[in-house]
Write a protein that binds this ligand. Sequence first.
Ligand SMILES: [Zn+2]
Length: 247
Amino acid sequence: MTGLVLTASGCLFWVCVEGTRERTDFSRALFSWSVSAISCDEGVFLEKQTRALLVVDVQYDFCPGGALAVVTGMDVAHRICGYLESFADCYAVIVFTRDWHHDPGRHFAAQGEEPDFLEIWPPHCVAGTKGAEFSPALLHWTGQAIIVSKGHWSAAYSGFQGTADISAGRELFLQGFLQESAVGSVDVCGLATDYCVAATEHDAMENGYKVRMLVDLCGGIAADSTARALTRFVKAGGELVFSEAVA
Ligand SMILES: [Zn+2]
């Protein structure tokens, strides 16, 4: 299992590869990213009215000890918690997405079948089980946020494929909820950078939102697919930002 570690110093990322650490300067090796620090002071009033935070799939099964763990999953959860303690007020709405599988078909490997870790995965985040619970580090925040559930009966990587129970059984897709909330821009963080975070960012941009990725609040499954996801995100017009300057 490989993964992108969250800490970043300048443009240097640390990559964990099967328990070892190697230092990789993605900005030099791959392309030049423009990375900036978040500031809630910049146009804070207007932004606060229209910006949403999307926290993607920080669930037990995606953290160490879970069925499909991102090696940095627990670190991500704690960092997001710390970020929210300082910056929750920067957002008009805060949304937590979750994988919430009942019977997602070929998304799960059949009994005795080897997952390919591309489209077929070990069973994970089964609705109502411990594996589908949010990381305990985030329980304070999930209790007061909008919860978007996805993937009930098939694979669903993007939070925009999910729905939220807004009030008294009134169900809305994420896009409908963001529209109703007059959201104009979104910040995205969570797990995993190379799958559900990437798919959520892609759909957010497709839906016309200005999208920032809180890069130090994300974790990837594999270093190479994480690097590809970041490349695609930047090329599509997304902005990479570090939260550490303000967290
Ligand atoms: Zn899934």
